[in-house]
Design a protein around this ligand. Structure first.
Ligand SMILES: [Zn+2]
Length: 246
């Protein structure tokens, strides 16, 4: 009986709750500050993001529930990273590395990919824009360059008019997004088609992983891209478009 009690005490010491980890880390980083009330919540986020805030003696931490099952040393590393961030301090490199190594684990990456796929809503504007209809454009290019055989992914205009990301293909959601900067008067159709074609080639030639190397635009990809109508003209027009809007 006595022994059992002792064992329970030891277990309690051994297994800190997540709140206890945050309290201990807080005391390490801010030994002279009064310890706030600590609440840690695991939330259904579409990624591994976490948030921390300190308001009137209450420290609230929101962590992605994908990290709920992470081992204590990882919770501890994240606690250091978040509390350091709160006080604008730089966490130790070894702590950052510990957390990053965990996120890079194949099983963790796989979980995050699946969660992103299931939860991440892709907020997009209707593919039928004011000036260009992306579905029409896709089908036209599909017929011309892919014998009409490419299955149409979800298509849409970006919510924010990005000047740097003109287009992208997201394999998690199977969606091609084009910047809404293009859906405007005076934009040459050729460049919109060229960017759409480029993103379609990403579907045709998926990213290759060779060991640690990641090859996005392979030789095959580039050769295929050169088959585009008025390739040189399109490239020049796109370059001019980007420079004019810088
Ligand atoms: Zn690309």
């Amino acid at each position: 009986m006595l022994q059992l009690v002792k064992m329970q005490v030891e277990t309690a010491l051994f297994f800190e709750s997540v709140e206890q980890i945050y309290a201990r880390v807080f005391r390490t980083i801010k030994p002279r500050t009064v310890l706030p009330e600590i609440t840690v919540r695991f939330r259904k986020y579409a990624n591994a993001n976490s948030r921390i805030r300190l308001e009137s003696g209450q420290l609230t931490v929101d962590i992605s529930d994908t990290l709920e099952g992470a081992p204590a040393p990882i919770q501890e590393a994240l606690a250091f990273i978040l509390i350091c961030k709160l006080f604008r301090k730089a966490p130790e490199n070894s702590i950052l590395a510990r957390y990053r190594r965990y996120l890079n684990r194949a099983d963790v990456r796989r979980t995050l990919h699946l969660v992103k796929q299931q939860r991440g809503r892709k907020a997009l504007r209707d593919p039928k824009g004011q000036y260009f209809d992306l579905c029409e454009m896709f089908e036209d290019l599909n017929l011309k360059y892919f014998n009409g055989l490419m299955a149409r992914p979800q298509l849409g205009w970006s919510l924010r008019p990005s000047r740097t990301t003109l287009g992208h293909y997201d394999p998690s959601h199977n969606v091609i997004v084009l910047t809404s900067v293009f859906d405007a008067p005076g934009v040459p159709e050729l460049i919109v088609r060229f960017v759409m074609f480029h993103e379609m080639l990403h579907l045709r030639y998926p990213t290759q992983h060779k060991g640690a190397r990641r090859c996005v635009h392979t030789k095959e990809f580039k050769d295929a891209e050169r088959q585009f109508e008025a390739y040189e003209e399109a490239k020049l027009a796109l370059k001019k478009f980007v420079e004019e809007r810088r």
